[in-house]
Design a protein around this ligand. Structure first.
Ligand code: ADP
Length: 382
């Protein structure tokens, strides 16, 4: 077979394509077919596809392999071309191409073969490098996941430790009042009733703390959204407001809900979301003055809920801390027993579970607006 430069280039182009195909996962069949079609005869016995161990890995891959080490084969021999499969510092072996007839390869052919060998080596090296990179990436991801889990665990432990400590105060208050009531004479009904009222308040407070604790302890993995359901946010807020109507009435506060659209839904945990809005609206009642406006809207795949009050507001220096556990802005404005400083920490925690965010704008003496942003049902990240 007489090979003009053109023909050998054509063959090499086919071979080059075959190698690229193998990179793209077309498989050995297409490579053998392309070789045959190009009229390239295989001289060395084990030229073809064989297992090869990568220098620093235990995985075996199909690559091109020939007998003999690269060093004892000359780049060009009469009647055959030896292509060094080499890329950067990686040398994998040789591809040996034979001609049907004696032929002395030209300079151009040799140059082309060098390029070809380089392509083949790239075909081998690049997936290997990518594989290594992927392995490193997935290791880094796992490491990150573990760190997040450990961090969440640490937060939980701290939270439980702090809350358990907080249990002691209402218990001590109750014990003191019960003690006093027991020591008083039988006829001092008025005093006893007073003590019982205090005990009752503390029991309510304790019960609230326990339900918060249960929420946190049962708090499913932050990244696990499998148990989430479709929740109509307007209905949920309406129900929450209904639960708080009496409390609002006692405080002479009116609550209005305005929804910008129908069917505004999020994917979420109903119990947690109820708790989130209950805490915010309860705060708006506690620290509010006369009216609360709740606005529900959606924009760009987000559901936005604004809870506005016209109450005492929050001082600028307190704003960065109010979402911290047990933080209470103005220690003088409410007596211990009703407020634990846990409400907003729980709000923040629940918002984060739902991949949302919570923001606050407030002016001392004028009121506060808490804005909760949650991903709309279809745009919930995994
Ligand atoms: P607390 O049980 O004390 O209400 P929170 O975590 O719910 O705990 O709130 C933390 C602090 O943030 C409160 O003590 C209060 O000072 C301030 N705060 C929360 N909501 C409001 C609001 N709507 N208006 C004014 N201050 C608020």
């Amino acid at each position: 077979m007489k090979d003009s430069n053109n023909t050998i280039f054509k063959k090499m182009a086919v071979l080059n394509q075959a190698i690229l195909d193998s990179m793209l996962g077309e498989g050995n069949v297409s490579i053998i077919k392309n070789f045959t079609e190009a009229g390239i005869e295989i001289l060395e016995a084990d030229f073809g596809f064989a297992s090869w161990k990568y220098p620093d890995s235990n995985t075996y891959k199909i690559i091109y392999k020939s007998t003999g080490s690269p060093s004892n084969l000359t780049p060009a021999e009469k009647g055959r071309l030896v292509i060094l499969v080499h890329y950067g510092e990686h040398t994998y072996g040789n591809i040996i191409l034979g001609y049907k007839h004696k032929h002395k390869p030209t300079k151009q052919e040799i140059l082309f073969c060098k390029l070809l060998g380089n392509t083949a080596a790239q075909a081998i090296t690049i997936p290997w490098l990518l594989e290594n990179e992927e392995r490193a990436l997935s290791l880094a991801e796992k490491q990150k996941e573990i760190e997040v889990l450990l961090y969440q665990e640490k937060l939980k432990t701290e939270f439980i430790a702090n809350t358990t400590h907080e249990f002691r105060t209402p218990l001590a208050i109750m014990r003191g009042h019960v003690d006093l009531a027991l020591r008083r004479g039988r006829n001092e009904l008025k005093e006893t009733r007073k003590a019982l009222r205090v005990v009752n308040t503390e029991i309510i407070h304790l019960a609230e703390m326990i339900s918060d604790l249960v929420l946190i302890i049962s708090g499913r993995n932050i990244n696990n959204t499998k148990h989430f359901n479709l929740i109509d946010i307007t209905n949920l807020l309406q129900d929450t407001v209904d639960r708080l109507r009496n409390l609002a009435k006692e405080n002479n506060i009116s609550i209005a809900i305005k929804s910008g659209a129908k069917n505004i839904s999020v994917m979420g945990d109903k119990k947690h979301l109820e708790r989130l809005f209950l805490n915010l609206i309860k705060n708006a009642i506690t620290y509010g003055k006369s009216k609360i406006n709740i606005e529900i809207s959606k924009s760009k795949g987000k559901v936005v809920v604004k809870i506005k009050d016209n109450g005492i507001g929050i001082a600028k220096e307190d704003l960065p801390n109010i979402f911290e556990r047990f933080y209470r802005a103005d220690k003088s404005h409410s007596s211990y027993g009703k407020h634990s400083g846990l409400g907003l920490a729980i709000v923040k925690w629940i918002t984060e579970i739902h991949k949302g965010k919570i923001e606050v704008e407030s002016t001392r003496g004028k009121g506060s607006t808490f804005t909760v942003t949650l991903p709309e049902k279809n745009s919930m990240p995994n």
